[in-house]
Design a binder for this molecule. Structure first.
Ligand code: SF4
Length: 346
């Protein structure tokens, strides 16, 4: 079973194929912490230069705490996500004031530092203090969901909880393996099990669910698309002879300034409107039409009607106009309205 051999495979693979020359692969918690914060939203290649510059200016946590936050921000400039720099400075002060200048070794205590979440705390605890704590960042989630066939968006609470439990169960029994193991998790996710996984060179391939079942493209499950709200409208195709009644939409909002069909919340409102317009017949509704905007779905119920005589005091001409159907089709119309008029003409 892959679960039993996962740590052994990973450690052996990391020793042979993993990364060994990153400047923060040391036991110094200050350097590990600094690199982990920088790597949170930034690629290794971009971090290397900043890391070296930071260490030169702030060789230890005391130097960083003694600096002004403005100086830290200035040195951080270009790395982005500046709250990381502000938290870095706050955390340095906390290490000096609350922990006597020494980083705590326990994951729970490390998590109290501003900007340090559970996974970052675990990385510091395992790299600098050989604690049996697991990381679980985006790369690790990808590896685990594929290896163990875990479906469901990993950002969902229940899935995340399952992944934390699994990640903890996979830890090597021997704490002395923690550096290679944690680095192995990072390396496998970053260099082998990426968006296009290189399964043939992966140490997990013969036990990996995604590789064995051809599901690497569907795991991890992507973030679910937000449900788009649905709105309903009733559109009236009122014809008088060869002409159709169209109204100009307000200049802003959807279909701003275009000619369109009059809309109603329901068929009662539509019938009241028709009574004011004149005498005629409402015909059976056409099948519903769907139009998708970026932020909602519009379901249109088209209702055709024929007016034989127009009331002398009908709807004011300023609200709309009777336009020959052929001419209306040449005007700027919303796409679904154009489709309806084409159908009417046909
Ligand atoms: S076998 Fe492929 S999908 Fe599975 S962990 Fe390795 S690289 Fe990822």
């Amino acid at each position: 079973m892959l679960q039993d051999s996962f740590a052994t495979r990973l450690v052996a693979w990391q020793k042979q194929h993993g990364r060994h020359d990153l400047p923060w692969q040391v036991r110094d918690p200050y350097r590990v912490w600094l690199s982990e914060i920088m790597l949170q939203q930034t690629q290794v290649t971009a971090v290397l230069e900043y890391y070296a510059r930071f260490l030169q200016r702030f060789p230890d946590v005391a130097a960083l705490a003694a600096a002004s936050v403005d100086e830290v921000l200035a040195l951080w400039s270009g790395l982005g996500y500046y709250s990381r720099a502000r938290n870095l400075h706050k955390a340095a002060l906390m290490v000096m004031e609350e922990f006597g200048g020494q980083f705590p070794a326990q994951r729970e205590a490390l998590q109290r530092l501003p900007g340090v979440g559970r996974s970052t705390a675990a990385a510091i605890a395992s790299f600098a203090f050989a604690q049996r704590e697991t990381i679980l960042d985006g790369n690790v989630k990808r590896v685990l969901t594929r290896c163990f066939g875990i479906a469901g968006f990993p950002g969902e609470k229940a899935v995340e909880k399952q992944l934390w439990a699994l990640a903890e169960a996979l830890l090597p029994a021997d704490g002395s393996q923690m550096t290679a193991y944690t680095q192995g998790l990072m390396d496998l996710g970053a260099t082998v099990c990426g968006r296009k996984p290189a399964c043939t060179v992966c140490p997990m391939v013969d036990g990996c669910v995604a590789a064995q079942q051809g599901r690497t493209h569907e795991l991890p499950t992507p973030r679910p698309k937000k449900a788009v709200p649905t709105r309903h409208t009733v559109m009236l195709l009122a014809q008088h002879g060869e002409r159709i009644w169209l109204e100009r939409r307000p200049p802003s909002g959807i279909w701003g300034g275009l000619l369109s069909l009059p809309e109603f919340a329901d068929s009662m409102a539509l019938e009241r409107w028709l009574e004011c317009m004149g005498q005629g017949d409402v015909l059976p509704s056409w099948p519903e039409l769907e139009h998708v905007f970026t932020h909602y779905r519009l379901i249109i119920t088209p209702v055709p009607a024929r007016l034989d005589t127009l009331a002398a005091t009908g709807v004011q001409e300023s609200a709309g106009q009777w336009i020959p159907l052929q001419q209306a089709l040449e005007a700027g119309l919303p796409a679904p309205v154009k489709r309806l008029l084409q159908r009417l003409l046909a």
